[in-house]
Design a protein around this ligand. Sequence first.
Ligand code: PHE
Length: 430
Amino acid sequence: MWTKLKTNILFNKFKYVFKSVRKCRFSTKTKEISFLFKESVNILDKKYVVDEWTNVTPKVVSFVGRNLYLKNGNPLYFLSQGIKNFFKDYDHFVFNDPVVDLKANFDSLLIPEDHVSRQKSDTYYVNKDYVLRSHTSAHQNHCLETKSMAFICIADVYRRDEIDRKHHSVFHQCEGFKLYDNKSPQLIQSGISNIFDNHSTLKTDTKQENHSQEAVRAIESEMKTTIESFIRYLMAEDLPMRWVSAYFPFTHPSWELEIYYNNEWIEILGSGIVEHKLLSNAGYTDKIGWAFGIGLERLAMIRYQIPDIRIFWTNDTGFLCQFENITHLDKIVYKPISSHPQIYFDLSFWLPQDIFWCHNDFYDVVRNIGGDLVEQVKVIDEYTNKKGNTSNTFRIIYRSHERMLTKDECNVLHKKIEQYVTDNWKVIIR
Ligand code: PHE
């Protein structure tokens, strides 16, 4: 499995490898890391005592609270909007604080004590009692406590990994969950009178002990059709999909969904029939249900053709401006931004009253003069005074894909633009 991870690295960051037993790659380093905080660590204004389990770093803590999926203008926001829209009949839960106890992240999900995902090498421990949630499944029980029968929950999740184009220590997931009982129309319509079969006490590959095989089949098919149409809706295209058997401690049977993109099958979600023990521990003895957990970054990277996962975290306006004023339904293709710094100059002028003029005229002039060195032009201020004169302020952002620009050369271009508008439109520079 580890070899598979290494060779097929694209997006494997998102895979919660519950099956694999792998060596602790960081075991020798974890001690040093805890020295990064002296006695306590503050996360979202709460203070946590540091101990020998602490392996969160100032860097990873700095990601907490950014809530990219709630920021209009970030592709992850549009994906979240799409999810909320598709699941509009479900309850929507938000848990802003990613710090959860071990019960939420592991115990309540029946994850064994010696399970690989509990290792310090894989999970960010705040201290021996708390972790940064490593999946949205950590909130399954919080949501079930509200007696919700169907819910989604979108959140940032944290896993220890290298940081490169395809990996980041924080990413986003959406948990989906739906429960049924003997009165659910979906089961009645399929002619299923009982979700339990007390004669069938054996756990097999296709069902849990005491579940009726017919009920599991009906629920599995409901789950798969729901998820398949959800993915088609979210990606706004019909990518080939396939279901692959999987293993998770909190579902049985379990599946992963893969989509075919760029000549390879990419795993995008984990899912399954919720373990009855999990439900009965939460007070639901008469229900059956399905759950899935999906990573958002990989979908956004495919949908908007974003080549580097770190781009989601940038405040670079060259990135953000590409997702301004769009909705989750728009199909945008991301244009790579330069790694060189931006240089900007503002230009303010009064327009003569008798001129018929629009902003696009100005944008065209700027593009003609600045060519590819202009990355963005935007209005940052516009007002009309009592005399009826209108003032405009534009910000022009220069940046090259090939090299670092100097202030002087941008200033030359800027002066040319200024000259053009003064000569041709008789504007008065302010
Ligand atoms: N929590 C699992 C993961 O992060 C995904 C999952 C969710 C699987 C719900 C089954 C059910 O990989």
